[in-house]
Each structure stands twice: as C-alpha cells, then as structure tokens.
Design a protein around this ligand. Sequence first.
Ligand SMILES: *Cc1c(COP(=O)(O)O)cnc(C)c1O
Length: 375
Amino acid sequence: MVVTYHRPTRAIIHRKALKENIKHEVDRLAAGVELFAVVKADGYGHGAVATAQVALAAGATGFCVATLDEAIELREAGITEPILVLSVVFPSYLSLVVDYDLSITVATKDWLMEAQEVLKDLEETTAPIKLHIKVDTGMGRIGFLTPAEVKEAAEMIEASPNMIWEGLFTHFSTADEKDTAYWHKQAERFKAVTDTLDHLPRYVHSSNSATALWHDTEMPGNMIRYGVGMYGLNPSGHELPETYPLKPALELVSELIQVKELAAGEGVGYGKTYDTSEKEWIGTVPIGYADGWLRKMQGFSLLVEGEFCEIIGRVCMDQLMIRLPREFKVGTKVTLIGKNNGQEITMQAVADHLATIHYEVCCMLSERVPRIYQE
Ligand SMILES: *Cc1c(COP(=O)(O)O)cnc(C)c1O
C-alpha cells in the first residue's frame, strides 16, 4: 500500500515522548543492566528505524525484533548495535544472519542440529552465529522446557566452531497482572535453569516492559527488552498504575474535508445505519478501515476543537462521518488519538471500544497513514 502524504490524515510521532520514556527506564535500571528497545512490527506502528534511532540516543544499547526482515531493515538503515530476533528463524536463512551480523533465538534441539548442518555448508570463513537460548518457563510458546535440555543446548553451541552462545532468556506471561503468583513460578523455573549451568552467557534477560515496571527489584538478568513502555503505553491497560508517568508517543490526526447540514430523516453511510433525527451538521473525515480505523469504531467519538463528536453510520474504507455540534470550517483539525483543546482520546480508549489491547491498536494503523516525526 502506498503511503498517502497528500491527505491530512497522519500519525504524528513525538520523539521527545519516546526519549523521555526510555531515559526514565534506563535511569531506574540497576548498574550493569542494559536496555534493548523492542521495535518489532515497525516499532509497534511508530516506525522501526526512527524509533530505534531515538532509543539509541536515549540510552538503549541494542534492539529486539520479531523477524529476520525486521532485523535486516535496521541494519540497512545503518544501525550497528546488537539486534536480537525473538522468534524462530529457519536454518535455511542462516547465511543472512551471518551477513547482517544478527543474534537469533534457539528454541529446540532439532533446530540446533539442522543449523549445524547448514553452517557446515556455508563458507568456512563466515563468522560464527550468535545465539540466545530461549527457555519456556510457562508461556507455552517457544523454548526449551527443562534445565537439562538447556544445558545440553548450551554445550552443543559451545562445542560448535560456527556458533557463539551469546544469550539466555525467558518471557513472562502475567507480568502485567496484580496476581504475581504465576510470575514467581516462572522466575523460579528460570532460576532453576541458571543454577544448573556452570557459567552464563553475555546476556541473560527476562523482562518485557511489565516485568521491568512492576518487578524491577526481583527481575532476573542483565538486560531488559523494553517495548510498549517506550511508546508511552501502560502494559497492563487498566490493571496496574504506572510506575512513573508514561508519555504516549503517537497522535492520530486528520481534518474535516466536508461539512454539511442535513435535513431531518436523511441517511448517513453504507446501509443507512444512521438517520438524522433533526437538522444535523455532519463532517466527513478522510480515514477508514483501510487505514486501520476499523468499522467497529462506529459509535466512538473523535475530537474537534475539544468537543467529542460521534462517528455516525458505517466507517467506510477511506472515510467516515461524524456528527458535529455546529458548523465547523473545512480544514478544521480532527483528533482520533491524542490531545485536542484540553480533551484527550487515548490509545487505551480506542482499545476499550474495540474490546482489545492498545498493542493491537497501534499495530493495526496501516502503512497508508504517514508517520510524521516531531520533536
Ligand atoms: C514483544 C516482546 C517483548 C516486549 O514486550 P512489551 O510488553 O512490549 O514490553 C519482550 N520480549 C518478547 C519475547 C516479546 O515477544
């Protein structure tokens, strides 16, 4: 999809907010603990490269992404710090891992054996690949399950001339919840693994944003994988109060492209799901479900000059209609996410309307919406 610059709809990314969120976190970390900024999924929709550059300036010392292509994007943009791919990379792509000097995740013994075969076939002069062993302590997603399996994997890696054991990590599934029992169960399992090993690799890490924010004094490891907190969003949604004020980095804005007064009894939008009950001022905004502003957003409100205006009728692919309290000029700013004349619509409010989490809201803003960076 082509990025649509010639339209007033845009996501404005505030570098200062990103910077402050990261700085705040870096300053809280115990001595020797590093922050890797998680910029997967195009930096949670905020733009991976731009976000990574801000993170670097604010004190991040490495990056995490989900896929090989996301890692390559950062390297191609000139980022030279360590980049860890968090999910599984097929061994058939290992030459790219070598070429781009990436760190990748090993989650099974079968993968290790296959990788060793692939590496043997590569040029003898290639650099060894850097591996982080993933331990599944209770997320049930990827990783080794027992300390014995982890130990075996570590020994296999250390015995291989083509591999370097660079990291050991796990992922918590309930760090954003009030009830910490399961978090502690996972932490104990991770400790059982580290206790079994006679030495540890360069990086040991377990913390996503929620663990870093709410388990800061007890989190295992010397590096954190800081994602959603950097973008200024409370990882727990409504569940836990922010440890420090997080500053939302993304604003979504547009403008009224048409304003008209309809007579009573007129239909608005596909399927005529809305009828004016009296004379009503209707504004049209150029954003729709192809921009990631889903049809389910019908009934939600947008801000125009500090007033909440309901989305009426069905959201179209490229446009939507709102009911205005009075006539506004064409070109008046409309805020879909962010502050407007003292009022605010948060990403969380959008998520609540969609019965989902804000992570999903920022990821679903499509490529068509330009990301504009401001200080
Ligand atoms: C996405 C992800 C993170 C970052 O999570 P946040 O909640 O955004 O901080 C950390 N670790 C892993 C393994 C992830 O997949």
